[in-house]
Design a protein. Structure first.
Lengths: 269, 322
């Protein structure tokens, strides 16, 4: 009897371990269809969109302002086709993520990536950030270098003093709905992340970072000249210039964008 | 030896429970969830179904189904008010709306209603209260027809009962999608349409009040319309094809009709008294078109009172004030 129980226990253990191993993977989703998920973060729930197989190399995507993970709607599909799993985050306060009650700095925003990595069982990952997103992933890499395999900076947020003053002066309008429908946002705190980026000094961080970095840019990008200049200052960074005159190739030229991203990520699986 | 076996069995059971927990992203976890306000995804027939939850899991529960074209955003303020009144609400984004994945082809109202099954399963609900607004009302009724044992009560805010003229008028209109234009004029066009209050389908169903919605409400609707995309007409079509009047004659569970002067289908709600005098009627003193959004406290009072009445229909009663 004891022997049978022993065998039963062994079988149960094997099945359980198999399930346990498969559990997080299954939950993270192996299906071809992209899916959304909520993760508990520092200021409430963080919303993410996931596309691609959990066994593929992973990149965390962080959007520009004022947008959301929707920015990568088509880019994620194109990445999945190229064998890259992507996890696009709604920065707290944007998309479907809960927002902070007061103004955070870039490092505080970046801390929201920690529970995302934990949720997917990732000790480290590749990160791609677009404009504001680039600042936040740089801050994350500065605080947690062991959790970053590589960085793709699509628009390093570095400005001269005059440009920065102009940007700060123009970004603090409450975008509350007007009776004539001029505004389509109803998040009065939509300027929070911009403010955090304007106060974040990326240049010293880039000097400290010892991780693989790719600067991804294109002539249509707002920070194109800055991106090229940053690369001359940091020759160890990889520079990829897309032949694209628009402002958001991940949305409008997803194949072109995904080719460049997938090629780089596969060097850092 | 026996210690070894016990230890092994213990590890196995713990592993099994751990594994079950991981594979069960849903109901058991949510049933005991200590959070009171959060959002979640549930696997449904056409992909993920997005829901917003507010209230203690120990409180009486109502599932809220929005009107067209909107999303669970319709209840963003009302859910807080319901929670403050001791009612948990689960607002569903119908498939294809809000953050829910959509069906590949136009479903019927009965097919839409089936999406409530995985939602109830997710939250461990064998039976629950359902509230639907306009098209959402049709869908909760279709669910009640298919699964009467799973429905404790229905709250119908605006029964979409359309006469043949109204139906013909609706189906004669093209399914217009506000295709984005380079100059952004599609946004203004839709805004003006929403602001005009010219959304009535049948002259016989128009309420006499000048119907309005707040600018915040219009903005929420506008964003929901664009989020729904070119297939945003699917659920509206399903509701207008459904014979709700026939079903309402047959329903056997407690029903409350919730209406107000600005409600698009107020007259239809009032007219039901002749065929279903046993239905409770709650007629709010409200001229707007979306009480759940623009008068959430009054709306929640009526809903919570009904849900908390020991015998649905008695505490709420028939209130015909204005």
């Amino acid at each position: 009897m004891r022997r049978y129980f022993h065998v039963f226990a062994l079988k149960l253990l094997c099945v359980s371990l198999l399930c346990g191993l498969a559990g997080p993977v299954a939950r993270a989703g192996d299906g071809p269809r992209p899916y959304g998920a909520y993760i508990d973060g520092p200021w409430g729930q963080i919303h993410v969109r996931v596309a691609g197989k959990s066994t593929d190399p992973t990149v965390i995507l962080v959007h520009m302002m004022v947008w959301s993970s929707e920015q990568f709607h088509f880019g994620q599909l194109a990445l999945a086709q190229r064998g890259i799993r992507s996890i696009a985050i709604d920065i707290p306060g944007y998309g479907m993520s809960d927002g902070p009650p007061t103004l955070p700095n870039a490092y505080q925003y970046a801390e929201s990536f920690v529970p995302v990595l934990r949720y997917f069982g990732l000790r480290s990952a590749n990160f791609l950030g677009s404009n504001t997103g680039a600042a936040f992933i740089a801050a994350f890499a500065d605080a947690h270098p062991d959790m970053v395999k590589s960085l793709i900076l699509e628009g390093p947020t570095i400005w001269n003093a005059k440009d920065l003053a102009d940007l700060v002066a123009g970004e603090y309008a409450d975008e509350i709905p007007d009776a004539d429908g001029r505004m389509v946002l109803n998040r009065p705190n939509a300027w929070f992340a911009h403010d955090a980026v304007f106060k974040f000094r990326m240049e010293p961080v880039l000097k400290r970072i010892r991780l693989p970095v790719m600067i991804l840019t294109y002539p249509g990008q707002l920070l194109y000249r800055t991106a090229v200049r940053v690369n001359t200052m940091h020759p160890r960074f990889t520079l990829t210039v897309l032949d694209w005159n628009g402002a958001a190739p991940c949305f409008d030229a997803p194949e072109l964008w995904a080719d460049a991203v997938a090629k780089y990520i596969k060097q850092h699986p | 030896m026996s210690q070894h076996v016990s230890f092994l069995a213990g590890i196995a059971l713990l592993s099994a429970l751990f594994c079950l927990g991981l594979d069960m992203p849903s109901h058991a976890a949510d049933a005991a969830d200590s959070r009171t306000s959060y959002r979640a995804y549930v696997d449904g027939p056409w992909g993920q179904v997005h829901v917003r939850v507010d209230g203690s899991s120990h409180a009486p529960t109502v599932i809220l189904v929005h009107q067209m074209i909107w999303s669970s955003q319709q209840f963003r303020y009302a859910q807080q008010e319901l929670s403050a009144r001791g009612v948990r609400s689960i607002a569903v984004d119908l498939p294809g709306y809000g953050m829910s994945d959509g069906p590949p082809a136009p479903p019927t109202a009965t097919e839409y209603a089936e999406v409530l099954l995985p939602v109830m399963r997710h939250f461990g609900l064998k039976a629950t209260n359902l509230l639907g607004v306009n098209e959402g009302g049709t869908i909760v009724c279709a669910f009640a027809a298919a699964h009467p044992a799973m429905v404790k009560s229905l709250i119908i805010e605006g029964p979409v009962i359309v006469d043949s003229i109204g139906q013909a008028k609706y189906f004669s209109q093209p399914h217009e999608y506000q295709t984005p234009r380079p100059d952004g004029s599609h946004l203004e066009k839709l805004w003006r349409h929403l602001d005009s209050a010219d959304t009535k389908i049948s002259a016989t169903l128009q309420s006499p009040a000048a119907t309005k919605i707040s600018v915040g409400g219009m903005q929420s609707i506008l964003m929901s319309i664009f989020a729904a995309g070119p297939n945003g007409w699917f659920a509206q079509d399903a509701a207008y094809r459904y014979d709700l009047q026939d079903l309402l004659r047959r329903l056997k569970m407690p029903v409350m009709l919730l209406t107000y002067r600005g409600q698009q289908f107020q007259q239809a709600a009032l007219d039901l008294e002749t065929i279903r005098p046993d239905f409770s009627l709650q007629n709010l003193d409200w001229d707007g078109v979306a009480a759940s959004y623009d008068a959430p406290a009054e709306w929640a009072d009526a809903v919570a009172n009904y849900l908390k009445s020991s015998h649905y229909g008695t505490a709420g009663g028939r209130s015909k004030t204005p």
